[in-house]
Design a protein around this ligand. Structure first.
Ligand code: URQ
Ligand code: ZN
Ligand code: ZN
Length: 572
């Protein structure tokens, strides 16, 4: 079977091919500037002031708003068959919801059945995704078994199909053993791919499940009891030890507990090349929900690893994100309706695992992170977009606002609020774990490949508008940080100044190990990945004021407040 070829109908591209965004505060991971952005044919062509643009161009006034790179959600499971059910958000509904929330690219997981050809499974996912997606998408491939054929097909996927990351499981009935993990990591290293790990000790969980059910603990509270956080931390540590033997860079998906975060931090200190993702669910919810009397509510929160009973976990994980121990936030959107969750009514181990998040990730993280003063808008951009683009090697095509980058842009109003509810969300699922949460930060305009898909708050997606985005192997951020130097994407000028080869040359921070202190206060602790290149702002040096930032008069610099430990220079 050959790879499906994506055709983008001309009429979908021609209608709104010229756009000027004026007067906004353009936020990249390292800077906030007051530039206008000219977009043509889906690409950012000019960035700066007093741009000369063709007549007839549509102008969007972003005065008083932030202009952000579109969110990249690197962890979704749309229409996935899992635990005897199929997740209800498909590639249409899921990407539509993503766009509604300010996410302009998702990376989903091909989930082959145990024993199935991973190449065939990849083709099936391309077929499911290509005609439905409302925004761009990429694919990781999960390895649910291990043999020579899998090894050969991994190579084909990397060389011919734009896949650069493979997920392995240390839990579930398709978990791999240590020797198999070793072989997978070795293969990834040889191919220049990234190994992703679901870190939980599946053998311990199986025994705990048996013991709890025998004791009559059958409700959703048993889910967390069977998978306590040390069981997650042990697996994080083991995965890091194995990856280090073969010098394979590792990405731990869904870090859900303090212990797991610390295990990752310690592995990094020992010299393991490891990156960490946490979930919006972990930042805004906790394990107390498993004891809720309503089954739909408690089962609706079941995912693995589970939410933690320790109520300080969300703040701790947020601090790890602020300190760069963790780099990425995903949703792990994997939604099942009430009737599907009821498959585990009398046995928590049969509740299909997964929660929502693809639509609300950006707003919830803004509320918990930026609105609460723990991170600034630059770090918000890093953890919701840029770092994922770098790790999965699509930067600076994605993950930044620069000349030559795809026009995936969100105009974000931090003064507006919205209340999250299953009754108003755009997802197919009938439950929302963030129900009732009021979030500052509303995407007023969402531009996907140059097309305005949220227009003054109105959602106008087009099914099939998104494209499959290849993720090339040997991501410099992961594989070659030392040789990358200090080249930056083009942040100013016109498309004529733009050198295509610069797309592949990126700024890399020194990946030194974290400091050994525990993260109590993110804002007062310096970046754990070592010094920033000269001229780049350290976001932990100061807190900031949204109201001051959003002064409608254009300023050449942005005022910051004093940091917790003393006075800052005031401007940068
Ligand atoms: O483990 C995952 O990422 C998927 C397959 C299920 N969702 C979840 O419970 N995290
Ligand atoms: Zn997982
Ligand atoms: Zn997942």
């Amino acid at each position: 079977m050959s790879t499906p070829v994506k055709k983008v109908p001309i009429h979908l591209q021609s209608a709104q091919n010229r756009l000027l965004i004026k007067h906004g505060k353009v936020v990249n991971e390292d800077d906030i500037t007051e530039d206008d952005i000219y977009i043509e044919d889906g690409v950012i062509k000019q960035l700066g002031r007093n741009l000369i643009i063709p007549g007839g161009t549509r102008v969007i006034d972003a005065r008083g708003k932030y202009v952000l790179p579109g969110g990249i959600d690197p962890h979704t499971h749309f229409e996935m068959e899992f635990m005897g059910a199929k997740s209800v958000d498909d590639f249409y509904q899921g990407t539509k919801a993503a766009v509604a929330g300010g996410t302009t690219m998702i990376i989903d997981f091909v989930m082959p059945k145990k024993g199935e050809s991973i190449l065939d499974a990849f083709y099936e996912y391309r077929q499911k995704g290509d005609d439905k997606v409302c925004c761009d998408y990429g694919l990781h491939v999960a390895l649910t078994h291990w043999n020579e054929q899998v090894r050969r097909e991994m190579e084909v996927l990397c060389k011919e199909h734009g896949v650069n990351s493979f997920k392995v499981f240390m839990a579930y009935n398709f978990m791999l053993n240590d020797s198999e993990l070793y072989s997978v990591f070795e293969t990834c290293q040889k191919l220049g791919a990234l190994a992703q790990v679901h870190a939980e000790n599946g053998s311990i969980i199986a025994k705990n499940v048996e013991r709890l059910l025998a004791k009559g603990i059958t409700g959703p509270e048993g889910h967390e009891m069977s998978r306590p956080e040390e069981v997650e931390a042990e697996a994080v540590n083991r995965a890091c030890v194995i990856a280090k033997q073969v010098d394979c860079p590792l990405y731990i998906v869904h870090v859900m507990s303090k212990s797991a975060g610390l295990a990752l931090k310690q592995a990094c200190e020992r010299g393991t090349r490891v990156y960490g993702e946490t979930l919006v669910a972990a930042l805004a919810s906790d394990g107390s929900h498993y004891r809720h009397e309503c089954f739909q509510h408690s089962a609706g929160h079941v995912l693995s690893p589970p939410l933690r009973p320790d109520p300080t976990t969300p703040q701790f994980l947020l601090n790890l994100l602020a300190q760069d121990v963790l780099q990425v936030t995903g949703s792990d959107n994997c939604t099942f309706n009430k009737s599907q969750k009821e498959m585990g009514k009398n046995d928590f181990s049969k509740i299909p695992n997964g929660v929502n998040g693809v639509e609300d990730r950006m707003s919830v993280i803004w509320e918990k992170g930026v609105q609460s003063g723990v991170i600034d808008p630059c770090r918000f951009v890093a953890i919701t977009s840029t770092n994922a683009a770098k790790i999965f090697n699509i930067y600076p095509r994605k993950g930044c606002i620069a000349v030559g980058s795809d026009a995936d842009i969100v105009i974000w109003d931090p003064t507006k609020t919205r209340t999250i509810s299953a009754s108003t969300h755009h997802q197919a699922v009938d439950f929302n774990i963030f129900e009732g949460m009021v979030c500052h930060g509303v995407p007023e305009y969402v531009i996907v490949n140059g097309r305005v898909c949220v227009d003054d708050g109105q959602l106008r997606v087009v099914q099939g508008h998104g494209r499959f985005v290849e993720t090339p192997v040997y991501a410099p951020f992961v594989y070659d940080p030392d040789k990358i130097g200090d080249l930056k994407p083009v942040r100013n000028g016109t498309h004529d100044d733009y050198l295509p080869e610069q797309v592949h040359k990126i700024t890399i921070e020194d990946k030194a190990c974290p400091t050994p202190t525990l993260p109590d206060s993110a804002v007062s602790t310096p970046s754990v990945r070592g010094p920033r290149p000269e001229g780049q702002r350290n976001i932990q040096d100061s807190t900031f004021s949204i109201s001051e930032d959003l002064d409608v008069d254009r300023k050449s610099c942005i005022r910051v407040r004093n940091p917790p430990g003393g006075k800052s220079s005031g401007f940068w």
